[in-house]
Structures are given as C-alpha cells and as structure tokens.
Write a protein that binds this ligand. Structure first.
Ligand SMILES: NC(=O)C1=CN([C@@H]2O[C@H](COP(=O)(O)OP(=O)(O)OC[C@H]3O[C@@H](n4cnc5c(N)ncnc54)[C@H](OP(=O)(O)O)[C@@H]3O)[C@@H](O)[C@H]2O)C=CC1
Ligand SMILES: CC(=O)N[C@@H](CCC(=O)OP(=O)(O)O)C(=O)O
Length: 342
C-alpha cells in the first residue's frame, strides 16, 4: 500500500500537473480528487491527458472528503486553502500550492491579498540556503509562487556570495497557464496570440513581497525588488531576466564561480555552459530551473536569466520535491529533469 494522497483542485492546471507527476511516482497512491463547481463530474472531462485517472469522479472539497489520507495537496485559489487546512489533522502532510502560507509578514499579506493572514509554513524551495533541512519532517509545506521560484533561484547565488547590492530589477515573461484556467477576458486567445503585454506594473504584483522575503533572507539585509511581469503567447514557461547592482570588485570570474558553487550537487538547478542562455523550451515538463549569468561591466550590474516550467518546477514539481523531503523519500523520486522539445 502506497502513501494515500488526495489532491484538492484536481480539475485545475496545478492539480492536473500534480496528478501527472503523482501518477508516475512509485510511492504515492492517488486517493480523493476534489474540485469546486465541477464536483460530481469525471476527471477525464477536465484532464483528458490523464488517461489512467479519467473515470475518477471529483468530490466536493471539504475536510471530510480529504480525511483519511497521509498527504493532501491543495491546488486551490489563494484564500481557500487557509481555512480548509486549519480543519485538517496534524498527522497529515499538507502541501499548499496556493499563496496562503508563504509570507512571514502578516502586514505584507494583507497589503497584497486583502484578507487576514492564515499563518506561515516552511517554504518549499529546498535550493535556498537553510531551507532543505526545515522541510525534512515538516507536516506543512508552503509551495512558492511560480515567479518567486524563478527569481529566487536566479539571484540567491549572487546574494549568498555577497556579490550583489540589495537593489534588484526583474522583468519576467510567463505563459498563460500561470493565470489558471478560469475565464479571464485578457486571456482570450485573440488577446494573447501574437502579442506580449505587461501587467501588474509598478510594484503591485502579489509575488513582489515573496521575492523580497526570499532574497532578503539570503542577503541578510532588506532587498528591494522592482518586478514587472509580462504575458507571453505560450501555454507554459517563465523566462525571468533578473538584475542586481554588483558590489565593487566583482568580476565575471567570481560571479561564475559563485553560481557554479550554488548549483553544484543540486538535482534541479542547473548553470548552463558559458555562452548558452536559458529558454523556456529547455524546461518544459521538467522539474528544472536553468540559469545563466553575466556581468554587465558598463552598467555595473549582475544579469541572471532563468527559465522554468511554471507548472512543473514552478508549482507541482516543486511541491512533490518538497513532499519527498518531508516524507523522508529521496528528493528526486518521481521527478524528471528531462524536458519536452521541440
Ligand atoms: N498555474 C500556475 O502556474 C500556478 C498556480 N499556483 C497556485 O495553485 C493554485 C491553483 O492554481 P491553478 O491550478 O492555476 O488554478 P485553476 O483555476 O486552474 O484551478 C483551480 C482549482 O480550484 C478549484 N476551486 C476553485 N474554487 C474553489 C472553491 N471555492 N472550493 C473548492 N475548489 C475550488 C477549481 O475547481 P472547479 O474546476 O470545480 O472550479 C480547480 O480545480 C492557486 O493557488 C495558484 O495560485 C501556484 C504556482 C503556479
Ligand atoms: C500569467 C499569470 O497571470 N500568472 C499569475 C501567476 C500567479 C501564480 O500562479 O501564482 P500564485 O500561486 O501566487 O497565485 C499572475 O501573475 O497572477
């Protein structure tokens, strides 16, 4: 008998990607699958690519339907998982793919999300300094947002090595699946196809405090992040161009050495060979973040570019990676670094 696992939000994009990974994982046994308005329908209506689970009927998302499992993955809109998780037992591992438990500062939560803060759980980005140990044996995991995953992995090596000033600028492009599958007018095919557009400009995107929190913890001082997201006409992927002011004396060689050290031994964080730059196509379907770094000597800035699949390393893959750690399983179990190309 495997580890009995429930997925709430199974009809959504994150839930679907979780199930794609869990279906191929040797230890997890898939139990209850739940949804909101689509409860009572078959999973195959919403996730026809998940053939082996197609006939499973979606239950309502309640503490009762999620009871009796060893692990519960929550892939619900933000604000939904906090109240639900509070009603789940202390003996179950709860992995929240939503935002509710990521931020440590209640004031930052309330400023960006506008609801009372649900609390803070161990943060599921094992590559960040000190985070892996905190995830071992925890019963609660806050899965990072997709943009913060990308940006934190791109810049933490520079801050950990003391090479960057606390002044960060990020411009990132995301595929449309990042917005979930509920209807949104700006995501109509005719609005998105053949066009790239900026949104949430001017420090208002709700992932900004999460990036600030992560990079400040590594830097040991308050890091400011100016973040501009853009929407690209593709279904999956994030490409983030992240720059930070370089400290005096930083050279291209010290920078590359710091990134080489940070990526060494990391199964899912790769520094590309010199001269090769990340593309979202390199990471599709894989639990990898691929990084490249350069020093812009004229501007005195470090430039780190990262690619991830927002649904894989950016959500479901990262969630399973952290769950593996919490369950005492090998961190890489059931996860692939092999992408889909072209
Ligand atoms: N998409 C991405 O790239 C990423 C997503 N996440 C997070 O994962 C979570 C899910 O996102 P995503 O899959 O994209 O969203 P979707 O809109 O694609 O899916 C949402 C899921 O939640 C269910 N749901 C919605 N409202 C309720 C409710 N009131 N009660 C119970 N179930 C409900 C939906 O069921 P129904 O079909 O019945 O409406 C559906 O299964 C979010 O918190 C998101 O922020 C995190 C990182 C990246
Ligand atoms: C393209 C797009 O719209 N992306 C989403 C990413 C949100 C997300 O997935 O993150 P959470 O888990 O924090 O909700 C956005 O910018 O709001």
């Amino acid at each position: 008998m495997g580890i009995r696992t429930a997925v709430a939000g199974a009809s959504g994009y994150a839930g679907g990607e979780l199930l794609r990974i869990l279906a191929g994982h040797p230890e997890f046994e898939i139990g209850a699958l739940t949804a909101g308005s689509n409860a009572g329908t078959e999973l195959g209506v919403h996730q026809p690519h998940l053939r082996s689970l197609a006939g499973r009927v979606l239950a309502e998302t309640t503490p009762d339907t999620l009871a009796g499992h060893d692990v519960v993955f929550l892939a619900l809109p933000h604000g939904q998982s906090g109240p639900l998780a509070a009603q789940l037992g202390g003996d179950v591992l709860v992995v929240d793919c939503g935002a509710d438990h990521r931020l440590t500062d209640p004031a930052a939560w309330e400023a960006f999300y506008g609801t009372p803060h649900a609390g803070t759980w161990p943060y599921g980005l094992p590559e960040l300094p000190g985070r892996r140990d905190a995830l071992r044996s925890t019963g609660r995991i806050a899965v990072p947002g997709c943009y913060p995953t990308a940006v934190s992995l791109a810049l933490f090596p520079a801050f950990a090595a003391g090479l960057a000033e606390p002044d960060v600028v990020v411009v990132a492009a995301s595929g449309t699946s990042g917005a979930g599958r509920s209807l949104k007018p700006h995501l109509l095919g005719s609005e998105v196809m053949g066009s790239v557009s900026a949104y949430a400009v001017g420090g208002v995107h709700r992932h900004t405090p999460e990036m600030t929190q992560n990079l400040s913890a590594v830097a040991g001082e308050e890091v400011t992040v100016s973040f501009t997201p853009t929407l690209a006409p593709m279904s999956r992927g994030i490409l983030a161009t992240c720059t930070a002011k370089a400290r005096p004396g930083v050279t291209a060689a010290t920078l590359r050495a710091a990134y080489g050290d940070a990526c060494a031994g990391e199964p899912f964080l790769g520094l590309l060979p010199e001269g090769q730059w990340p593309a979202t196509s390199m990471t599709l379907g894989a639990n990898t973040a691929l990084v490249q770094v350069a020093l812009d000597e004229a501007a005195g800035r470090i430039i780190a570019v990262v690619a991830i699949d927002n649904l894989a390393k950016g959500t479901a893959g990262g969630a399973v990676q952290s769950a593996n750690l919490a369950l005492g399983l090998p961190e890489e179990l059931g996860l692939t670094t092999i992408g889909v190309s072209p």
